[in-house]
Design a binder for this molecule. Sequence first.
Ligand SMILES: NC(=O)c1ccc[n+]([C@@H]2O[C@H](COP(=O)([O-])OP(=O)(O)OC[C@H]3O[C@@H](n4cnc5c(N)ncnc54)[C@H](O)[C@@H]3O)[C@@H](O)[C@H]2O)c1
Length: 596
Amino acid sequence: MAREFSTVGVVGLGTMGAGIVEVFARNGVDVVAVEISEPALERGRATLTSSTDRAVAKGKLAVADRDALHERVHFEVGLDALRSVDLVIEAVPEHLDLKQRIFAELDRVCRPDAILATNTSSLSVTEISVATSRPNQVIGIHFFNPAPVMKLVEVVRTVVTAPEVVADVEALCARLGKVDVTINDRAGFIANALLFGYLNHAVGMFESHYATREDIDAAMKLGCGLPMGPLALMDLIGLDTAYEILDTMYRRGGRDRRHAPVPLLKQMVTAGLLGRKSGRGFYTYERPGSPKVVPDETTPRTTDAALADGARAITKVGVVGSGTMATGIIEVFAKAGYEVVSVTRGAEKSASVCEAVKTSLNKGVVRGKLAEVDRDAALGRITWTATLDHLADVDLVIEAVVEELSVKKALFASLDEICKPGVVLATTTSSLPVVDVAMATQRPADVVGLHFFNPAPVMPLVEVVRTIRTSPEATATARAVCAALGKTAVVCGDRSGFIVNALLFPYLNDAVKMLEASYSTADDIDHAMKLGCGYPMGPFELLDVVGLDVSLAIQRELYLELREPGFAPAPLLEHLVTAGYLGRKARRGFRDHSHR
Ligand SMILES: NC(=O)c1ccc[n+]([C@@H]2O[C@H](COP(=O)([O-])OP(=O)(O)OC[C@H]3O[C@@H](n4cnc5c(N)ncnc54)[C@H](O)[C@@H]3O)[C@@H](O)[C@H]2O)c1
């Protein structure tokens, strides 16, 4: 029989604590909510009130239930109020000495049979537990932000946590409607160990002016389907908390430089820019605690302004290539009203690309998304040829041929001979340096990367890559064209992986390393990222879809360019590729897909 928890205590009512109070009170558990001072207590109460009011306004909570919820919560200053609770969850700032002091005090105050839990994200639960005389009753219960919304709880057992305490806490999580994964005490547990290297890397990109905050966030939302971009997520987590988590993970997790907090973070924390809770972090918010972003001095101007930056008029576009990307790109431009010249290596290839474009447009008609006349008009705008010379009068060329530098360089040298002056020359490469291609021409200022995602007609994102030689006009033109296509363009520097792959693949690689170290299972890791962070797929699901060979190749590129030891491909990934377990396409990757 699992133990009954009728009253729990929550210590610290900040970003996490106030949400944790709500989770318990919503599920019929009485809560003693404790803070360090009256003003802090008031802030905690206000957070709870506004959260439950929002739930009522959204129709997710009845008024009577809200009132009952509030009646279950008793607010008090000081730990003495926790004398008779069955379990305490501590959610004070991420400092080991503070947490140890609080646990020593809780040990003195609380009933001998009470369970003492910490919501720490990165500190050692074991080290916290030894500050008490009952380390076997100390456990980690790691909620995710916002606690009332996110389904996941990581239950962290130390080497001394009693098995019945683990079982009781697991049963409690189920009662709260949460999904738990139970794991050992390691820095960052599952989710944060995979998340924070990525978040810190994104901050580094922002700090080095590699891309703007809006572009970094849009790239990860639109390119990977994440619920929030990394910088908006840092603001939600709180920059002070994020700093402490990174710092601890760096020290506890083998001094992986990717966890060494980017210097900008410390500066922002010192300057009081803590994220949403202080009203300003990477973004500016309506007021402290508000989720609403308001424009500030770095909010970008609109596309009209981009036109003023010297974007050139584009009416006719050349697309070179006959693969999946070229086919999708031809369709996208023709549908958006551009005249398109498709260049392939022969009439047969042109015929098959033409067929593929027709099939795709017809699908749109069948689904009611495209009128027949618009389909016919789009097809009528495309000219099919095998002769590069037909690109003499286009305004923009998009190259989507095989991913080989020598082939692309030769093509760009030819384009340089053929195309009129002022044309923007774009490559869709996903892994080669754009500047190498640019330097094959006499006009590197007009060369950009236009990295479309597959399938191009569906994916809303395009990465516009500017090299150190690209002119502002060429970048502005690329941006304006993407906007005219109904896509979101993000502009970034010419580095391996651009934004999306550079941030995504090291995270996937880290997940493989975690599996390899037997810290957790593929199922639990996938669960943790989906239910704790709102990712549409877990890392192993995604790796199987993308292909393990493709993932390994990208990870190798990143490692070779940056020489970052943490980016070294996981040996398990290499072995699976060698064994031919490439993912869904091979019917076996991290999982067996043969029955599907
Ligand atoms: N922010 C997140 O996204 C997130 C997610 C999961 C876990 N966590 C973890 O939760 C814990 C709390 O983080 P947070 O982001 O909520 O921090 P926070 O700074 O928002 O809130 C901490 C609260 O603790 C209170 N406090 C400080 N000293 C206290 C004391 N002696 N007694 C009682 N209350 C005290 C503060 O007044 C403040 O309200 C940390 O361990 C953090 O790692 C945070």
